[in-house]
Design a protein. Structure first.
Length: 603
């Protein structure tokens, strides 16, 4: 006979059973209501990944448009010749550089080309129409190709270009990086150039070289040059494939398939020759697949530091110790991201008087906005003197929006002259088209308007002109006011396609100032010069030559948007020698020249 369960025990059992049922119901509801795990695929809208941080274009966006004037300007540059053969170097270039090679006050343009498919014997195809080009500015909005008479129509597997007066004769010379041999072209001052690679000690360094940046790292008045080594590439005779984001990709175009190449630092000996000291100085970066580099004095100690953007390896920040060596501080400074980094922009986007960085990345990795915390950390009661950055891309509208893009050339530039640096990003895929594997997938470019350090950046490409609707395989980008009208224009190199000259057609009534600099005791190119321009209620800082872009170089003329200011209160110029010059009460909407040591500016 069953014994009767005591009343108290029955209550305990019933309560326990009800509790178990409640827990089971909660678990079932959590399972049913929790969104399924999503996988991000490029080009697809993924709930919770690509829509959370969407930003509408503000009502007060600047009514400024860009126009494609490539053809009317007389530029007919076409990158590459023939069909790509699934070799990595073919897909990575090329760039361009603005510079005034004849010192007539108007920007000329040098464009790097990639002569054709790689060859098994490593010999560059000759007779290719895809040679480097020098366009002379005719001062009327058009250009003339002077490559032949200038002697600069180099046929090479070219990557980057950078102007710099390495011998201080006041005629800018040009450096070209390439897959294979680099080139140094000396400006003879008569409209012609001479190859000086061998004589200058730059020859004998065969490799896969990408970004190149001039800078006077030891402040001796002579420009040194830092050259990014990408990977130790060897010609691939058999092409295997793997899968990336459900797309079949040849291993021959995957940088992870190859060990990294070291970087080179060529110290200028002051006599027309260079000595390579990358390893000795501590900046060889043997573990990084480097694509871009930018010199800037990030910690305001008077010595130019260098930041290096690396592909599928940690980025690197080298602090200049002032004794000919550098200290690697990337992790401590919070900028050692392991992503696919391509281009670098340097500028004070938030107006706090230190240099921030923007870095473009591969697909699904977002771009990075590294805000420099130096000013904030050194102005507190207990200052933290170590350099620190914070990636605020998502917070200020630059991160999530880039998930579907592969970014390359980039720069801070004030396209609407309101006194705040905006951003432009050139995009282009490394994935092949499904229907034709000989072609790479094109992408559109992105224009961002800076609304201020509280709201950040808004993508305004849809209202920036029909030029931003076109999709191309973008790579390098160079920024400069080629028509001297007070606003900044853009030149873009597209891989395997036509280059584009985008003229800034203004549309606003904001004022501006442009400054040409000439060093005397400092390097004549004035690279490394710091400028501070003050108007009513506003102060802007720039460092000449700091912008890195991708395989490209911006105009040496420093551009400042001034908003509605009708006078410039103060211009402060600090030369690499430490000499400070100050100029007061200047009119706006003009191009001035400042020479080191001279008391007055010239028009």
């Amino acid at each position: 006979m069953l014994q009767k369960v005591p009343k108290r025990r029955r209550k305990v059992i019933i309560t326990a059973l009800l509790g178990l049922v409640a827990i089971a119901v909660i678990l079932i509801l959590m399972f049913l209501l929790t969104p399924a795990k999503t996988t991000y695929l490029p080009g697809k809208n993924t709930e919770g990944l690509t829509t959370d941080l969407h930003r509408d274009i503000p009502e007060d966006y600047p009514r400024v448009a860009f126009a494609d004037v490539t053809k009317s300007a007389g530029i007919n540059f076409m990158h590459f010749q023939g069909e790509r053969s699934f070799q990595l170097p073919e897909d990575m270039g090329s760039g361009a550089a603005w510079g005034d090679y004849d010192n007539d006050g108007w920007l000329d343009l040098f464009v790097v080309n990639f002569s054709g498919p790689l060859t098994k014997d490593g010999i560059v195809p000759q007779g290719s129409p895809a040679a480097c080009v020098l366009y002379h500015n005719n001062r009327d909005g058009t250009f003339t190709d002077v490559s032949l008479q200038a002697g600069v129509g180099i046929e090479c597997w070219g990557m980057a270009a950078a102007w710099g007066d390495y011998d201080n004769d006041h005629w800018p010379d040009i450096f070209i990086s390439a897959y294979g041999k680099n080139h140094l072209l000396h400006n003879n001052g008569d409209g012609t150039f001479s190859e000086r690679s061998d004589r200058a000690g730059l020859a004998g360094y065969e490799g896969f070289w990408a970004g190149a940046a001039w800078g006077d790292f030891n402040l001796d008045g002579f420009l040194d040059i830092y050259v990014c080594g990408y990977v130790k590439y060897t010609y691939q005779t058999s092409i295997e494939t793997n899968m990336q984001y459900d797309v079949e990709v040849p291993t021959s175009i995957n940088p992870s398939s190859f060990p990294p190449e070291r970087n080179l630092l060529f110290k200028n000996n002051g006599n027309g020759t260079f000595t390579e000291i990358g390893k000795k100085a501590g900046v060889a970066g043997e573990n990084g697949r480097s694509l871009s580099a930018a010199w800037a004095d990030f910690d305001a100690d008077g010595w130019p530091d260098i930041y290096v953007a690396n592909d599928v390896s940690d980025n690197v920040l080298y602090k200049n110790m002032g004794n000919g060596t550098f200290q690697e501080i990337s992790h401590n400074a919070l900028v050692a991201d392991y992503r696919g980094a391509m281009g670098i922009a340097v500028g004070d986007w938030d107006g706090d008087a230190d240099y921030d960085m923007f870095v473009t990345h591969w697909v699904a990795q977002e771009n990075a906005l590294y805000s420099n915390l130096f000013t904030q950390l050194t102005s507190t009661d207990n200052p933290l003197w170590d350099l620190r950055f914070m990636d605020e891309a998502d917070r200020f509208g630059l991160g999530q929006i880039a998930l579907d893009f592969i970014g390359w050339g980039t720069s801070f530039f004030d396209y609407d002259n309101d006194g705040r640096p905006d951003l432009f990003v050139v995009n282009g895929s490394t994935f092949q088209e499904t229907e034709n594997s000989r072609l790479l997938v094109p992408m559109r470019d992105l224009l961002f308007w800076n609304k201020g350090n509280k709201e950040g950046f808004f993508e305004v490409s849809p209202v920036g002109g029909i030029v931003f609707e076109e999709k191309l395989v973008g790579r390098g980008a160079a920024f400069g006011d080629y028509d001297n009208d007070g606003d900044v224009d853009i030149f873009i190199v597209n891989n395997g396609g036509p280059a584009k000259l985008l003229r800034n057609d203004g549309g606003n009534k904001n004022n501006w100032l442009e400054v040409r600099l000439e060093g005397v005791k400092s390097n004549s190119s004035s690279i490394g010069v710091k400028m501070r321009v003050v108007t009513a209620g506003s102060a802007q800082v720039k460092q000449a030559g700091a912008q890195g872009s991708y395989c490209s170089q911006n105009s040496p003329v420093q551009h400042f948007g001034l908003g509605q200011a009708i006078r410039v209160d103060t211009i402060e110029v600090t030369w690499p020698t430490g000499k400070l010059q100050r100029f007061l009460d200047l009119p706006v909407n003009q191009i001035i020249k400042i020479v080191e040591g001279q008391k007055d500016v010239t028009l």
